[in-house]
Design a protein around this ligand. Structure first.
Ligand code: ZN
Length: 476
């Protein structure tokens, strides 16, 4: 078994250094280089040359491939300053889901810079897949097809970090059309930078590997729709975009872990998710005469409490699921009984069966409560978004985590539990493609170590990235 790490190199996570309001120079002495290494088995990328073919022991082949990956990493490190600028540009110019036109154009331009040889020796670049999706394909001799993915979209959040390269863009609310803030608070700017860097390094050192590299930049990951939109638009359709069906679909994501740490696991890594919006119809009235009204706020409150019995009473204790009511809205004044209430509910589970059961229970409880409280009409319940279960396939993941272990040593660890987070990566894995997804630490060492010393890791590990950013800025 031969292992080639195709690599993406950056400083200690770029997004962690932005907590400090600046980017440190890469390859800083005190911080080991941060590398997202995609461990790729010999069955995927084959080595160009095998100096030790006469003695192909597992160890000798691993040594050869580790050496190859080191060369790719070295190449990436030589270009790192340029990619700092790429990162800053992307952070400065975030675009919301389905609106990533400028980002896609920038990515295309950057990929084109990689094309210096001409003809079939260059990345074949295709744009506008499933909206703004961009794909580059590099055929480099016989071998397996490996797809690496990054996400184009940002979140509707106002950046308050005060960084010199803070967000300068806003977006449009897709429902109201009103202007809303945008920020790369999920780390997708870093993923894009890393993938561009990997594409360049792997292209430059194509003498070290053989196979087909597919770099894919997808729209709208935040709402779980972009990957499927690319597939539905004909990503793999021979008569449409004709991207070869990959043997492996690989991606990483920044996580609130100590910078430099990399983690993954075989099996389920992320939950399946279904989000719904429910509108409850009551009868409006005056607070002085509740007997003439049907109060949707009371009905909604009862629903919120009953929903919390689903996980405790309807899901087996051995399974994992969570039901969150993240948004409730009704009424305009304290003395007016509203005629309707709208609530948004997020359901997550680590199996599709548990998700289905929890979803059915949510619908049943809402409908049941509306009946019990004599609502004048049944509730309207509609799906807002959904994410598929993300499962790391055993063969490819074992290869990747073995490579991670050899390269990152103590900085790699097997994730003990699946996350209730969500990803739409697995929608790109069709017809037997194998998925592997991993997490990358993005919290500065000093923040993490201080929290660990004071026994309050939950204060940083549980934070969304954006909260961390704000907290860090306030701290300083
Ligand atoms: Zn994300």
């Amino acid at each position: 078994m031969v292992m080639l790490h195709c690599c993406i190199v950056s400083d200690v996570p770029v997004c962690s250094t932005m907590f400090k309001g600046r980017l440190r120079r890469p390859v800083a002495e005190e911080n080991p280089p941060y590398i997202i290494a995609t461990g790729i088995d010999q069955q995927l990328y084959a080595p160009r040359q095998q100096p030790h073919t006469h003695s192909k022991t597992r160890e000798s082949i691993h040594a050869n491939m580790s050496e190859s990956s080191d060369h790719v990493i070295q190449r990436a490190m030589q270009t790192i300053a340029e990619f700092e600028e790429t990162y800053k540009h992307l952070h400065r110019t975030p675009e919301l889901s389905w609106q990533e036109h400028g980002t896609a154009a920038f990515i295309t331009e950057q990929l084109q810079k990689t094309n210096t040889r001409g003809g079939d020796e260059d990345f074949k670049i295709t744009t506008g897949i499933g909206g703004t999706g961009v794909v580059g394909i590099l055929h480099n001799g016989p071998g397996k097809k490996v797809l690496l993915r990054a996400e184009l979209d940002a979140l509707p959040l106002k950046e308050e970090t005060g960084l010199p390269y803070s967000s300068q863009k806003s977006g449009r609310d897709e429902h109201t059309g009103s202007e809303i803030p945008a920020m790369h608070a999920c780390g997708h700017d870093m993923h894009m930078t890393s993938l561009l860097c990997a594409a360049r390094a792997l292209s430059d050192r194509r003498d070290l590997w053989s196979g087909t590299l597919i770099v894919l930049f997808q729209p709208s990951e935040e709402n779980g729709a972009g990957a499927q939109a690319m597939v539905d638009d004909g990503l793999y359709d021979a008569k449409r975009f004709a991207v070869p069906i990959p043997d492996a679909v690989l991606a990483g994501h920044t996580m609130p872990m100590r910078a430099g740490k990399v983690a993954s696991r075989i099996g389920v890594v992320n939950s399946a998710v279904q989000s719904v919006q429910a509108t409850i119809f009551g009868r409006g009235g005056h607070g002085a005469r509740p007997q003439n009204a049907i109060d949707p706020v009371v009905i909604m409150s009862s629903i919120v409490m009953k929903l919390q019995t689903i996980v405790s009473r309807e899901i087996a204790p051995q399974e994992s699921a969570v039901v969150t009511v993240g948004s409730v809205h009704a009424g305009t004044a304290e003395n007016i009984i509203s005629d309707r209430a709208v609530m948004k509910i997020n359901i997550r589970a680590l199996s599709t069966d548990a998700l289905r059961r929890a979803h059915e229970a949510v619908v049943r409880i809402i409908e049941g409560e509306c009946f019990t409280f004599r609502c004048p009409q049944p509730p309207e319940i509609k799906s807002i978004s959904s994410f598929p279960l993300l499962e790391n396939h055993e063969t490819i993941t074992r290869s990747v985590v073995d490579a991670f272990g050899r390269h990152f040593k103590d900085n790699y660890y097997n994730e003990p539990y699946a996350s209730l987070g969500a990803e739409d990566l697995s929608n790109l894995a069709v017809e037997g493609s194998q998925c592997c997804f991993w997490n990358i630490g993005c919290i500065d060492h000093d923040i993490w170590d201080a929290a660990e010393k004071e026994n309050r890791l939950e204060t940083v590990a549980g934070m969304p990235t954006v909260t961390l950013l704000k907290w860090r800025v306030e701290l300083r």
